[in-house]
Design a protein around this ligand. Sequence first.
Ligand SMILES: Cc1cc2nc3c(=O)[nH]c(=O)nc-3n(C[C@H](O)[C@H](O)[C@H](O)COP(=O)(O)O)c2cc1C
Length: 176
Amino acid sequence: MIFLYYSTVDGQTKRIAEKIESVLKENGERVTIKEIEEKTVTDDYTFSGNDKVILLASIRYGFFPKKVYRFVEKARLANVSCESYFIGVNLIARNVEKQSVENNVYVRKFLEKITWQPTKVKIFAGALNYTKYNFFDKKMIQLIMKITNGPTDASVDTDFTDWASVKEFAESLIAE
Ligand SMILES: Cc1cc2nc3c(=O)[nH]c(=O)nc-3n(C[C@H](O)[C@H](O)[C@H](O)COP(=O)(O)O)c2cc1C
């Protein structure tokens, strides 16, 4: 069984998880997909050696949500006997050089704070959904984009996710 757990705010990480789910299912894999929610993180998790666990989470103002850390702890990811994967979603990764752990400050710091050492870490760029942000977020993101040479036109949404790369990742999980 392949377990996909994701934390999302605006839905992009959910879309990435669902893309992985559909590629896996098309290839005959058994998949369970679940959103991480604060109130359900107390669940008991049991994984066996042949399973694969994938955790996906998006960044907001520099941090992954606390529930993601709680999930890592409650699911005892540091001690699982199966393959485990972490996927970080953020906007700085729209620049290819920020798609490595060393260069992606959020993912690097996340991994430094936990004892879990995933089998593999992937970093995907997320989406810039100006038209859906509230006033405050729109202004803040515009400021961040200005500083980092990104798009600042708040009437245009941009999907920076490399969907071919998401598909490629999913295909890499298919049993031989
Ligand atoms: C309020 C807000 C704050 C964000 N902060 C950051 C940030 O600090 N660094 C970054 O690279 N991306 C940041 N992002 C970009 C998100 O990580 C990106 O939009 C991602 O696709 C969101 O995924 P989700 O829709 O699954 O929540 C921010 C987005 C929003 C809306």
